[in-house]
Design a protein around this ligand. Structure first.
Ligand SMILES: Cc1cc2nc3c(=O)[nH]c(=O)nc-3n(C[C@H](O)[C@H](O)[C@H](O)COP(=O)(O)OP(=O)(O)OC[C@H]3O[C@@H](n4cnc5c(N)ncnc54)[C@H](O)[C@@H]3O)c2cc1C
Length: 414
């Protein structure tokens, strides 16, 4: 992969940034592939990368109906963490965080990982007790977590409002939790997959599946028919829409999840903070903007906008925690469509159609899962059975009642 020396970068700048080599090829789709991945978000691209890198598969296509990274992978609030309660989630998300910790080196692309600590606030003695129990469980899973007293929090986040309507009693923290730059993660996987020969075909929507005797043999697209013995759906907010075209019904609710940023200010917020009681999470971007998010809008939608009521609730909650934010103007607001399952855990693995795989149901928290999602789905596709880290996340669990209920993973579950 090409690396630029400092003088070479200066030379490009003096040339007016012309004649840069293309970062990505722009191939036309071929009629046949060994594997087709639908969706050019983080999960689709990471799956293609690991298929090529770890399983030596060469004829792989990622088919994206728009442009890569313009779905949820480019719309999220960048939270990465692994402080999950149940063992299957804990093992899976911890693997993902470990991969994030070495991802810049692995992909030769700075993903701007900032492990600044992710703090859950507790607003009552009851909540402190529940966080103590959760922290214990997380530590017993082998993941870092610890309790914080109110004095710790005064030292760590002096601008917090400790004596508001919901006084702060303390909290818990995962110090390895934090943020990573979302566009960088998408482009890093895209560039690395492209360099291994993966065809990333943009502007190519999958409109149907070719299925013979219960086995996937390819896809119908807006750019023609493509044959492939392995097909994987990684389309986040449209999983149930696409799966229905293969005759599969998914237990999913699709809703808008929104986020927003204020105008930039000097550094005032040192960590990533979440409050399940006032229902908001806040961080400060490298540009100085305060990034705000909360729960999903409470109605079904495929419009990537989000409504005013959720926006107002999130802004109010942020001002409850940090009254000084009330003087800032909101600069931007946006939303993505999130597919939420009954237990808020993902759906990963095989489907009732042979050779058709799914990575979906990521709800509000699939960004942190991109590296491990890609790695385990690639293994699953290559071996036609679920990777050991995802056996609990199969579609069959809804019929069996073996749910992995992570609804309380953080209250505002990101
Ligand atoms: C506002 C917001 C904040 C969030 N914050 C966080 C966070 O802080 N931390 C976290 O872990 N997660 C967060 N998430 C969730 C996270 O962003 C997603 O779970 C994750 O990005 C899903 O990745 P993906 O690759 O599966 O989907 P996407 O990035 O959405 O990619 C799917 C792609 O599939 C394409 N596609 C759809 N249908 C077709 C078709 N028929 N043919 C071809 N292509 C198709 C779409 O165009 C899209 O590009 C947030 C989400 C939102 C909306």
């Amino acid at each position: 992969m090409r690396r630029y020396s400092f003088p070479a970068l200066v030379l490009h700048a003096l040339r007016g940034h012309q004649h840069w080599p293309r970062v990505l090829r722009s191939p036309d789709p071929r009629p046949v592939y060994d594997a087709v991945i639908i969706g050019g978000g983080g999960h689709g691209l990471a799956t293609a990368y690991f298929l090529a890198k770890q399983h030596g598969m060469r004829r792989i296509a990622v088919l994206e109906k728009g442009a890569i990274g313009l779905g949820n992978s480019g719309r999220n609030t960048q939270v990465v963490r692994s402080d999950y309660y149940h063992l299957p989630s804990s093992k899976f998300f911890e693997r993902s965080l470990q991969l994030y910790e070495s991802l810049s080196r692995e992909l030769n692309y700075n993903i701007m990982l900032s492990q600044r600590g992710k703090i859950n606030l507790a607003h009552s003695p009851h909540e402190m007790e529940m966080q103590r129990r959760t922290t214990n469980a997380i530590r017993m899973n082998g993941v870092d977590a610890e309790m914080l007293s109110v004095e710790d929090l005064r030292r760590l986040e002096p601008a917090l409002n400790f004596n508001g309507r919901y006084p702060i009693e303390g909290g818990s923290v995962q110090w390895r939790g934090g943020l990573a730059r979302h566009d960088a993660v998408v482009w890093a996987f895209a560039r690395a997959a492209g360099a291994l020969g993966v065809d990333i075909v943009q502007g190519c929507e999958v409109t149907g599946f070719l299925i013979e005797n219960g086995r996937a043999t390819g896809v119908e697209t807006t750019r023609g028919r493509i044959a492939a013995p392995r097909v994987c759906m990684a389309v986040a907010g449209h999983s149930s829409v696409l799966a229905r075209k293969a005759g599969i019904s998914l237990p999913i609710n699709s809703m808008a999840l929104q986020a927003m940023v204020t105008e930039p200010v000097k550094p005032m917020l040192n960590h990533l903070l979440m409050s399940a009681v006032v229902h908001v999470y806040v961080s400060q971007s490298d540009r100085g903007e305060i990034v705000l998010g909360g729960g999903a809008d409470i109605y079904h939608s495929y419009a990537q906008r989000g409504g005013l009521p959720a926006m107002e609730t999130i802004a109010q909650a942020a001002v409850e925690l940090y009254p000084s934010l009330g003087r800032l103007r909101l600069m931007r607001q946006w939303a993505g469509i999130v597919d939420i399952t009954p237990d808020t855990s993902p759906i990963m693995g095989l489907t009732p159609v042979q050779g058709l795989y799914i990575s979906g149901g990521w709800g509000t928290g699939g960004y942190k899962a991109i590296p491990a999602g890609g790695e385990t789905m690639a293994w699953t596709i290559a071996n036609d059975r679920p990777h050991e880290l995802i056996t609990d996340f199969g579609l069959g669990r809804f019929a069996e009642g073996a749910l992995v209920d992570e609804g309380a993973a953080s209250g505002v579950a990101h």
